[in-house]
Design a binder for this molecule. Structure first.
Ligand SMILES: NC(=O)c1ccc[n+]([C@@H]2O[C@H](COP(=O)([O-])OP(=O)(O)OC[C@H]3O[C@@H](n4cnc5c(N)ncnc54)[C@H](OP(=O)(O)O)[C@@H]3O)[C@@H](O)[C@H]2O)c1
Length: 265
């Protein structure tokens, strides 16, 4: 990534902080944050400029909006009083559309919308990105460079963002639930807590690594573990009887519908 980007992060919580960690060494990063304790921490730990909103907007080219969606009306109202010509706004908020930001800020503002997920905290996130009405491919590739520092990126059409939210935005919670269920099931078979966790986590890591390094897809690899009349088949038959595939489809559809209900367009 170019070392000359001047980037302001507005809101430095879970997500803002993860972006900061990924980019602060190679860019001039300013942070605008409301929590006094976090402000001190950010100055001390990352030696970044912590400033007010006006300074953050005036002194940067790229402004990452990383506050909660419900804070957006207030933040956009404040931002529109400043000089924002030639600035690029990057939103990471669930459900906030580019057209909503464009409508609120006006002035043909350039906006890119993104949907990262929690593993950005360990630089293993996946972030979906899309252009707004006035942003261009150069803007998009600049934002892709930023998010590639904390994982991978995928370009989607904005109309797919609610689906992305349901799949990868909320996705880490499904994986954590899976781990919780499997660990509890291991306990119920008599294994102790520490052995259960190790068996489950390493099984998950190893299986994903195998999948990533294999030319075969998940269903083929699954078949390789499943001999006819064996132990795996006995378990998989229970999953099929409990309609696990249908449960996943219904759950993700519900998440997508909720993303749409919560969105500001
Ligand atoms: N967490 C996820 O998994 C996830 C995934 C994808 C997208 N996102 C999106 O990421 C955004 C941030 O989520 P998060 O989980 O990082 O939230 P968060 O931890 O609450 O971070 C938001 C930060 O912004 C600060 N803040 C609030 N009002 C402010 C203001 N007017 N000026 C400056 N700073 C302000 C908050 O301080 P206070 O604590 O003092 O209010 C907080 O530190 C959300 O829009 C969310 O939709 C989150």
């Amino acid at each position: 990534m170019k070392k000359t980007n001047k980037i302001a992060i507005i809101g430095c919580g879970n997500m803002g902080m993860s972006i900061l960690v990924g980019i602060y060494k190679n860019n001039k990063v300013m942070v605008c944050e409301s929590d006094p304790k976090k402000k001190q921490f950010l100055k001390r730990k990352y030696k970044v400029t912590v400033c007010d909103l006006r300074t953050a907007i005036d002194d940067s080219q790229i402004i990452v909006l990383a506050v909660k969606p419900q804070v957006f009306p207030e933040i956009l109202e404040a931002i529109k009083a400043f000089s924002i010509k030639d600035k690029l706004f990057v939103s990471i908020a669930a459900g906030i559309t580019t057209s909503y930001i464009e409508k609120e800020l006006g002035k043909n503002v350039r906006v890119i919308r993104t949907m990262p997920n929690l593993p950005v905290q360990v630089k293993q996130g996946i972030t979906a990105v899309c252009n707004g009405k006035n942003s261009n491919d150069k803007d998009l590739s600049l934002v892709i460079d930023i998010f590639n520092e904390i994982g991978a990126t995928v370009v989607v059409e904005e109309k797919m963002m609610d689906a992305v939210t349901a799949v990868s935005g909320s996705g880490p919670a499904y994986v954590f639930l899976f781990v919780e269920c499997m660990v509890k099931a291991a306990w119920s078979l008599g294994l102790d807590e520490s052995a259960s966790k190790e068996l489950v986590l390493q099984t998950l890591k190893g299986s994903l690594s195998l999948l990533e390094n294999s030319d075969e897809d998940a269903s083929v690899l699954r078949a390789k573990v499943t001999s006819k009349g064996g132990t795996t088949q006995a378990a998989l038959e229970v999953f099929a009887k409990e309609k696990i595939e249908k449960t996943f489809k219904t759950a993700l559809l519900s998440a997508k519908k909720r993303a749409k209900e919560l969105s500001r367009r």
